[in-house]
Design a protein. Sequence first.
Lengths: 411, 248
Amino acid sequence: MSRVRTSQTHRDKARAAAEKPAALGKDIDLASYSGSADEPAYQADPARLPAPAKEQMLGAGVMLDDVSQRSGTYIQMDNTPVHSSVREEGVEVMPVSQALEKYDWLADYWWRAVAVDTDKYTANVELGQYDGYFIRALPGQKTVFPVQACLYMSQARIRQNVHNIIIAEEGSELHIITGCTAASGKEPGLHMGVSEFYVKKGAKVTFTMIHSWNPEVAVRPRTATVVEEDGLFLSNYVLMKPVHSLQMYPSARCVGKRATVRYNSILVAAAGSSLDVGARVLLEAEGARTEIISRAITTGGDIVARGYIEGSAPEVKGHLECRGLILQGGGMIHAIPELKGNLAGIDLSHEAAVGKIAEEEVEYLMSRGLTRTEATATIVRGFIRVDIEGLPSMLSAELERAVEASEKDVM
Amino acid sequence: MLEIKHLAVAVGGKEILHDVNLKIGVGETHVLFGPNGSGKTTLLAAIMGFPKYQVTAGSISFHGKAITRLSLDERARLGIGMSFQRPPVVRGVKTRDMVTACLRKRGDGELIEKLAEKTDLADFLDREINYGFSGGEIKRSEMMQLLAQKPELALLDEPESGVDLENIALIGELINELLEKECPIVDRKCMGLIITHTGHILDYVDARTGYVMCQGRIGCEGDPHEILKSIKQKGYEECTKCLVRRFH
């Protein structure tokens, strides 16, 4: 197992925060999970990974039998990287431990976007550091196909610590699909994933993350992004399968002029699932833009859907849209959209709506000959189908497939 | 054939329609005039089968089959279709999805494109249904869906309201196509019942029979153009007075 060696300062800060509860979400007892795990062997050909694991990964959008439509692949099982490869020039994909060995300068990016002492989860990722992925698009390089990454939990009661660094150098274009999933069944586990994104001047990153856990897994991602001048960061998040507890509040800072960030989330909470999910964007440079859109459906679980936009530079613009649907089965949706303006001339807005499907809409579709069930399914499908501006058509199709694959669980 | 006998309809426990009788033969188009609030839309909604509109007496039969107890979607699949005056916005559901639903696997993407072209809505197929549509766009979208649905009884609720002159002509054309006006009368299969407050639609669509509805009752029946002429001369007030004399 390759452990990342980082600075003493980070480790001191982490030790001080090792017991610090998170600002949001249910507190997780880290001692209930084990940090060590069997180490699976490295696999040069990802198609030769065990079939049940591949099937689970496919459900999270990660295709291993045919990687011709991928510019690179990274697979981590529990805390061990088991495969990393690159198929397209101009992009680097490797375990972050290897990248830190290769590039001295990478230490400057380590815990720069996310503070190591944010809470006990970030602190314990540092203290129990194992690995994660490093994905980098070289200057001016525009990848055609996405890089795929999978963080897979195979063992019961495992604590998966992940620290990822993603860098899109100036003028580059990078698409990433990350699928996070656990072995089928109901084994408990804890996933703690730190991801730090750096989108440099004029670069574009689309990041599509599909979570497909099980009803006993607790998930605490900690993600932050820094976007420079004319950079674009587009994040799509899909969670349609049950999970025990998920809390994440990724944030992005637009530090360069005209930097743009878009977050789209599709959340489904089955009975027993507790989700506290949001996105936070700080518009710190002139002309920066953001749009945060979330669609939340509960079929019995609880969802807190958050959003926060802060404008503190001239001519910035942000919009927050949070819509929730409570289907039969009950559940709770709490939408918390927040806007903060620190300057005259900024333009921030939000809309939020939580409710059931309007009977008038169901009847409208029934008057065209659809049964009540078909009409309801059509409306739910439309609700979770978000047209994502700027997403390449191939990724749109993949996202649509991932949503469709889980639709039957929602209906 | 559509046959309505002694129909009474209540909404929220209050009777809105009283003893309505009406018969439309195969291939015929009838027009229902009436002031706002007279019960015209209630009649269409009751024929279509919206649950809110409770039939408290009488019967509705379609091609000889009693449909009063059939659900809304069953009636739609039997061949009854309705264009709404103010259809709801359904966020996330695209116009294309609605047309696809109406086709019920009878056509493909190419047919949808053709219908959109015909109704001047090619740019609207991938927009959310009725979201931000103008009055004319809503009416054309409703007609596009009905043309896809191909009903044998088309219930048209104020197809000309809120529509400019240019759009009325197009909507008239689309209604004529839906009601197979290009065919000889004996060959027409589709029946039409058109609600109109102003009667403007009669400049574009011919109809065989007209009715006036006031206070939830059908007051008179006759040549639609003559009825319209009378309404224009004397207004609906005279129709209401006439009904009061006859029924109270």
